[in-house]
Design a protein around this ligand. Structure first.
Ligand SMILES: *[C@@H]1O[C@H](CO)[C@@H](O)[C@H](O)[C@H]1NC(C)=O
Ligand SMILES: *[C@@H]1O[C@H](CO)[C@@H](O)[C@H](O)[C@H]1NC(C)=O
Ligand SMILES: *[C@@H]1O[C@H](CO)[C@@H](O)[C@H](O)[C@H]1NC(C)=O
Ligand SMILES: *[C@@H]1O[C@H](CO)[C@@H](O)[C@H](O)[C@H]1NC(C)=O
Ligand SMILES: *[C@@H]1O[C@H](CO)[C@@H](O)[C@H](O)[C@H]1NC(C)=O
Length: 671
C-alpha cells in the first residue's frame, strides 16, 4: 500500500510529462540569459523560452534524440549542458549550425549507441570545450565526434572503455590543450598519437592500463598524469630539447626504477609514490656532481648524459610508499630548489646529509615509517627545514644537538621511536654542546634551546623520566608525551614552557600522581590526562586558563573543591567518563555540570557510586537529597542543624509575638 502511494504521484507526473504540450511543462529557472531546466523529466527543451538565451541547462532529463527540434530551435546558445540524459542519437550537422556554441557537455549519455551507426556528428563549428565522459565509448568511437572540431581546446573522455589511442584519434582536433582520459583501459598509445597537437599542455591518463612509456617526447606538455596505471618504465628519448613539463604524477604504478626524465626540464612537481623503487643509483661523488651541476647550470651546456639528471626547478618530490633501503645524498645534488621531500613508508635505515649545500631550501622532510636507526646531519645542513617527520622509526640515539642546529625547525614529530632525553637544562653554560651533563645517558638528544620549535610529538618513546627544565628556551606550543607508560615527571619538568605551552598531551602514561603544577603554565588551554591512574588532580595554585581537560579513564574518586574552583572560570569542555567517582563527595562538581557551566561530551559514561560496593549510577541522576539518605554523618549534621534552626525559629517567633502584642496594645491606645 505504502509503495503504491509512493508510486502513484510519480506515475501521474510521468504521464503528465509525456502527454501535456511542452510549452506548459517546465518550471525552468531563468536567470538573465541563463536557463536552468535540470531534473524536470523533460524530453526536449521547452518551447516558450526567451529568445537570445546564452546558456541552457537540460541536465538530468530524459532527452533521447538530440535535434534542432528537441532544442526548440535555440541554436544561438553559447553553452549547452546535457549531462545525464539518455541521448543515443544526434542529428548530424546539428552543431555546424550552432555557431556560438562554445561549451558542450554530453557526459553520462548513451553515445556508444550512436557511434555504432558510424555517422559523424559533423562540424563542431565553435565548440571549445567538450565533455564526452561516461558514454560507454570504446576505441575508434571517438572519431565520429572529434573528426571536425577545429577549435576544440578542452576534451574529457573520462570513464569510457577506450583501450588504444591511435595515431589518427586527434587528427580533427588540432587546437586541443587539455585532454582527460582518466579511468579508461588504455593499453596502447600509438607512436605520434599526440604529434598533431602543438598546443597540448595537459594530459590526464590516470587510472588506465599503460605499462611503459619508453620515448616520451611531448616537449610542450606542462602536466602529465600517469597515476594508477601499471607503469614499469618511464623514459624520455635522448634529446637536448627543453621540456616544458612542470608536473608529472607517476604515483601508484609498478616502477622499480626512478624515471628517466628529460635532461633539460622545468619540472616542479614529481610524484613517484606507491611504486616499487628499491634503490636509487647515482654515479659520481657529491663533489663531482656538484661541479658538474654548476658548470651545466652556468653554461647551459647540452653535453649532459642521461645518467645525470638535473632537476633545477623541482620543488616537490614524493617517493613515499616504495621499498628503498637507502637514499644516497648525492641524489639530491641536482635538486637545488627542492622544498618538500617525502620518503615516508620505505625501508631506509640511515639518512645522511653532510654537505651544507644539499637540500638547502628544503622546508619539509618526511622520513616517517622507515627503519631509521641513524640520522646524520652535518652541522650547517638543512638550515631551512621547518617541519621534520621522523615518527615510526627505530631511532634510539641521536647526536644530542641534532635539533638545535636547525634554526627554522617549527614542527617535529619523533613519536614511536626509542629516544632518550638529555638532562641539559637552564644551568648549562655556553656553548652547550661542549660539556654534556654528567647524568646524561649516552646518545641522548636535547630538546632545550631549539629557537623556533613550537610543536613536538614525543609519544611512544619509552620515556622513563622527564628531567627538570628539559624544554628550557624552546617555545613549545604543543607537547605530546602520551603513551610513555611509567613516565616520571618532575615538578619542574615543564617549567621552561610557562608562557608558551597551549596543548599538553599525557594520555596513557600510567601516571598515578602528577606532581607538576599545571596552573603555572599560563597559556595552557588543552590538557589530555586520559587513561592514567590518577587518584587526585595536581594542586592548582591559582586560576588556570585551561579550556579543555580530558580526565577519562582514571582513578578519580573526588574532585577537590579548590580544583573545581580553579578550573571553573576558564573550563569549557571536560571529559570525565570511566572514573570511580563518589556521588556525594563531588557535589560542587555536580553542581557545575548540572547548571551546564561546562560541557561534558561524555556525560553518558560519567558514573558515580553512593557507597562502596553500590552500583554506579549516571552522575546526572544524582540529587542532594539522595546523598543525605546515604551519608549518615550528613544526616546527623543535618538533623542537628534542623533542630537548632527549628529552636531558633520558635524562639524568634515567640519574641516577635511578644513584641507585636505589645505594639498592638500601643496602637489600640493611639486609636
Ligand atoms: C530520432 O529522430 C530522428 C529524426 O527526427 C528519427 O528518424 C528517429 O526515429 C528518432 N529516434 C528515436 C529513437 O526517437
Ligand atoms: C578549459 O578548462 C580549464 C580548466 O578547467 C578552464 O579554465 C578553461 O576555461 C576551459 N576552457 C574552455 C574553453 O572551456
Ligand atoms: C592524477 O590523477 C589522480 C586521479 O587518478 C588524482 O587523484 C591526482 O590528484 C592527479 N595528480 C595531480 C598531480 O593532479
Ligand atoms: C608523505 O606521504 C604520505 C603518504 O602519501 C602522506 O601521508 C604524508 O602526509 C606525506 N607527508 C607530508 C609532509 O606531506
Ligand atoms: C602502572 O603503575 C602501576 C603502579 O602504579 C604498576 O603496578 C604497573 O606495573 C604499571 N604499569 C605499566 C604498564 O607500567
Amino acid at each position: 500500500m505504502a509503495t503504491f502511494q509512493l508510486l502513484f504521484p510519480l506515475f501521474i507526473s510521468c504521464v503528465a510529462a509525456s502527454t501535456r504540450p511542452q510549452r506548459h511543462l517546465p518550471a525552468c529557472q531563468v536567470v538573465q540569459m541563463d536557463v536552468f531546466c535540470s531534473n524536470l523529466s523533460l524530453r526536449g527543451a521547452p518551447a516558450n523560452l526567451p529568445r537570445g538565451i546564452q546558456m541552457l541547462d537540460l541536465s538530468r532529463n530524459m532527452l533521447q534524440n538530440l535535434t534542432e527540434e528537441t532544442l526548440a530551435f535555440h541554436t544561438r546558445i553559447h553553452q549547452l549542458n546535457l549531462h545525464s540524459n539518455m541521448i543515443h542519437f544526434i542529428q548530424p550537422g546539428l552543431f555546424k549550425e550552432m555557431t556560438d556554441l562554445k561549451v558542450l557537455d554530453l557526459s553520462r549519455n548513451h553515445l556508444n549507441v550512436y557511434a555504432v551507426s558510424k555517422t559523424n556528428i559533423g562540424l563542431l563549428t565553435a565548440v571549445e570545450s567538450l565533455d564526452l565522459s561516461s558514454n560507454g565509448l570504446y576505441t575508434g568511437m571517438t572519431d565520429y565526434f572529434l573528426a571536425e572540431s577545429p577549435l576544440l581546446a578542452n576534451l574529457s573522455l573520462n570513464s569510457n572503455s577506450i583501450t588504444k589511442i591511435a595515431q589518427s584519434t586527434f587528427h580533427g582536433s588540432v587546437a586541443l590543450r587539455r585532454i582527460s582520459l582518466h579511468n579508461n583501459v588504455i593499453l596502447e598509445i600509438e607512436d605520434g598519437a599526440f604529434d598533431s597537437l602543438p598546443q597540448l599542455t595537459e594530459l590526464d591518463l590516470s587510472k588506465n592500463s599503460i605499462t611503459c612509456i619508453t620515448d616520451f617526447n611531448l616537449c610542450q606538455l606542462k602536466t602529465l598524469n600517469l597515476s594508477r596505471n601499471s607503469m614499469e618504465t618511464f623514459q624520455t628519448i635522448e634529446s637536448d630539447d627543453v621540456y616544458e613539463l612542470l608536473s608529472l604524477d607517476l604515483s601508484q604504478n609498478k616502477m622499480p626504477y626512478f624515471p628517466l626524465l628529460p635532461k633539460r626540464n622545468k619540472l616542479v612537481y614529481l610524484d613517484v609514490s606507491r611504486n616499487q623503487l628499491q634503490s636509487i643509483n647515482v654515479t659520481g661523488t657529491v663533489e663531482e656532481l656538484v661541479n658538474l651541476r654548476d658548470s651545466l647550470l652556468a653554461h647551459r651546456s647540452p653535453g649532459l648524459s642521461n645518467r645525470h639528471q638535473l632537476l633545477p626547478n623541482l620543488k616537490y618530490l614524493d617517493l613515499s610508499y616504495n621499498q628503498m633501503k637507502n637514499i644516497p645524498q648525492s641524489f639530491f645534488c641536482c635538486m637545488v630548489s627542492l622544498q618538500v621531500l617525502n620518503v615516508s613508508n620505505n625501508c631506509i635505515s640511515s639518512f645522511v646529509i653532510t654537505y651544507d649545500e644539499l637540500l638547502k631550501n628544503v622546508k619539509i622532510i618526511d622520513l616517517s615509517y622507515n627503519s631509521l636507526q641513524t640520522l646524520t646531519l652535518g652541522e650547517r645542513t638543512l638550515q631551512s627545514v621547518e617541519e621534520l617527520f621522523l615518527q615510526g622509526n627505530e631511532l634510539t640515539t641521536l647526536d644530542h644537538q641534532t635539533f638545535q642546529r636547525l634554526p627554522n625547525l617549527r614542527y617535529l614529530q619523533v613519536q614511536q621511536n626509542n629516544l632518550q632525553i638529555c638532562v641539559s637544562g637552564q644551568e648549562q653554560t655556553e656553548p652547550m654542546w661542549t660539556d654534556l651533563n654528567q647524568q646524561d645517558p649516552p646518545g641522548c638528544v636535547s630538546f632545550s634551546s631549539i629557537p623556533n620549535l613550537h610543536f613536538l610529538y614525543l609519544s611512544e618513546n619509552n620515556l622513563k623520566t622527564l628531567p627538570a627544565n628539559v624544554f628550557f628556551n624552546t617555545p613549545l606550543k604543543l607537547l605530546d608525551l602520551s603513551l610513555n607508560p611509567g613516565l616520571e615527571m618532575e615538578p619542574e619538568s615543564l617549567s621552561g614552557l610557562k608562557h608558551s605551552l597551549v596543548h599538553l598531551f599525557l594520555r596513557d602514561n600510567n601516571i598515578s600522581n602528577l606532581n607538576t603544577d599545571l596552573s603555572s603554565l599560563t597559556s595552557l588551554k588543552y590538557v589530555d590526562l586520559s587513561t592514567n591512574q590518577l587518584t587526585t588532580l595536581p594542586l592548582w595554585n591559582k586560576e588556570s586558563s585551561i579550556e579543555s581537560l580530558n580526565l577519562q579513564n582514571n582513578n578519580l574518586v573526588t574532585l577537590e573543591y579548590s580544583t573545581v574552583l580553579a578550573l571553573e572560570r576558564s573550563l569549557k569542555t571536560l571529559y570525565m567518563g570511566s572514573n570511580p567517582l563518589s556521588c556525594c563527595s563531588n557535589l560542587r562538581f555536580l553542581h557545575m555540570v548540572q547548571r551546564s557551566a561546562v560541557v561534558v561530551p561524555d556525560i553518558e559514561t560519567v558514573t558515580c557510586v553512593y557507597m562502596e560496593d553500590s552500583e554506579p549510577v549516571n552522575i546526572e541522576t544524582v540529587t542532594q537529597t539522595m546523598c543525605h539518605n546515604f551519608d549518615n554523618r550528613g544526616i546527623s549534621v543535618i538533623v542537628i542543624v534542623v533542630i537548632i534552626s527549628g529552636l531558633i525559629l520558635v524562639l524568634g517567633l515567640l519574641v516577635k509575638l511578644f513584641h507585636s502584642r505589645k505594639r498592638k496594645r500601643h496602637r489600640s491606645f493611639n486609636a
